[in-house]
Design a protein around this ligand. Structure first.
Ligand code: NAD
Ligand code: MG
Length: 384
């Protein structure tokens, strides 16, 4: 049986690596839906190679170009945000790889969950923004959510076979990013070119900046809370610069399980697509014969204040993580466009959090409203 995959965000770092996995295992997987925001050239190239049932180009001005390029194929072409949600409800696929970056991934993922399609979840923002609602919908529709984020994949793998055994805590490992050990007097001058250079992982721009500020780890704490139904106190972050241990679970008896391997996102992607089967791979192996040192240290919350803000949002709950996420998305794009400095990202997010209205149990509409208001206010602060 070939599993038919819908790749939302097929032109991104996660999407292109997922297509590599699919190409390497054409007997197991096919790509049936591909979506891109604006990179129509790559979307066309991918469609010609994988012959999907349909593609969606987010940017409607590119519709004609894509349509013409695929005129001699069976691939249907759609455009726009609404189409993204609509194709998520189609019957032509068996599993969604949620690889869109940011809040934009929420609606199509919710639609797939409502349609009972298992989700391989890379788009962590979906759970950061509306984790409680998303998990409730997944449970109500019996839709499995298999994490792709390497830390969460590690925890998921550690929990296999543990049934009802209780988790004392999970330990999320963080590489520390490109500025590990640096202090504010250094960070004040860093530019996007430095921040985009991650020591261990090659990723899209937004998550690379989030890794440099440690916001990524904060978002991952919130993601973990919902995925594994944990109390905030059960989630610890530890800096492990080598990125060999991808995360750990400590059980009620004190025993700790970890999942290890070389840092390569194709591994958790392939695991999520193939779950529960482990598909043989030729990915490079970790070699214990070479000298290695694995080190661990506390994150520096005084310097990397984005992580402290995310922990605050994790503890407070309600619409706070949604507001944090919206402010962060705008701040990160402003930094990438050289509109604000590295440390300004934190100042802006903090300011937005103090101004927005707290809602303890938001409805889906209230999440959308909180997101919109937080974005508008953040943009006005930055004068974008
Ligand atoms: P990316 O920027 O490389 O790719 C993003 C994809 O989403 C592209 O295909 C783009 O066309 C699409 N997209 C962007 N904005 C969109 C919009 N408004 N509407 C529709 N589509 C849109 O990002 P990435 O690094 O692949 O990350 C994707 C997601 O996976 C993020 O949520 C990220 O946090 C998560 N993730 C990534 C990695 C990694 O190694 N890259 C690791 C763990 C988790
Ligand atoms: Mg991660």
């Amino acid at each position: 049986m070939v599993k038919r995959i819908a790749i939302f965000g097929s032109t991104g770092s996660i999407g292109t690596q997922a297509l590599e996995v699919i190409a390497a295992h054409a007997d197991k997987f096919s790509a049936e839906i591909l979506t891109a925001h604006s990179n129509h050239e790559l979307l066309i190239e991918q469609a010609l190679k994988f012959n999907p049932n349909c593609v969606v180009i987010g940017d409607e001005t590119k519709y004609k170009l894509v349509k013409e390029a695929l005129a001699n194929t069976n691939t249907k072409v759609f455009a726009g945000e609404k189409a993204l949600e609509e194709v998520a409800g189609l019957d032509c696929y068996d599993m969604m790889l949620a690889g869109i970056v940011g809040f934009a991934g929420l609606k199509p993922t919710l639609k797939a969950i409502e349609s009972g399609k298992p989700i391989a979840l890379a788009n962590k923002e979906t759970l950061v923004v509306a984790g409680e609602l998303v998990m409730q919908k997944a449970i109500a529709n019996r839709t499995p959510i298999i994490p792709v984020d390497s830390e969460h994949s590690a925890i998921f793998q550690c929990l296999i076979g543990e049934g009802r055994n209780s988790i004392e805590k999970i330990i999320l490992t963080a590489s520390g990013g490109p500025f590990l050990g640096r202090k504010p007097n250094y960070l004040v001058n860093v530019k996007k070119e430095h921040a985009l250079q991650h020591p261990n992982w090659e990723m899209g721009a937004k998550i690379s900046i989030d890794s440099a500020t440690l916001m990524n780890k904060g978002l991952e704490m919130i993601e973990a809370k919902w995925l594994f139904n944990l109390h905030p106190d059960q989630i610890q972050v530890i800096v492990h610069p080598q990125s060999i241990i991808h995360s750990m679970v400590q059980f009620a008896d004190g025993s700790i399980k970890s999942q290890m391997g070389l840092p390569d996102m194709k591994l958790p992607i392939q695991y999520a697509l193939g779950f529960p089967q482990r598909i043989p791979s030729t990915f490079p192996r970790y070699d214990f014969k070479k000298p290695h040192t694995l080190t661990f240290e506390e994150p520096d919350l005084k310097t990397f204040r984005n992580l402290a803000l995310a922990i605050e949002a994790l503890n407070k709950g309600g619409n706070w993580p949604c507001i944090l996420n919206a402010a962060n998305e705008i701040a990160v794009y402003a930094f990438i466009k050289n509109r604000i400095g590295f440390l300004d990202m934190t100042t802006v997010i903090e300011d937005v959090l103090t101004k927005m209205k707290f809602i303890e149990k938001p409805t889906l509409q209230e999440y959308f409203d909180s997101d919109g208001q937080a974005r508008a206010y953040t943009a006005s602060l930055i004068r974008m």
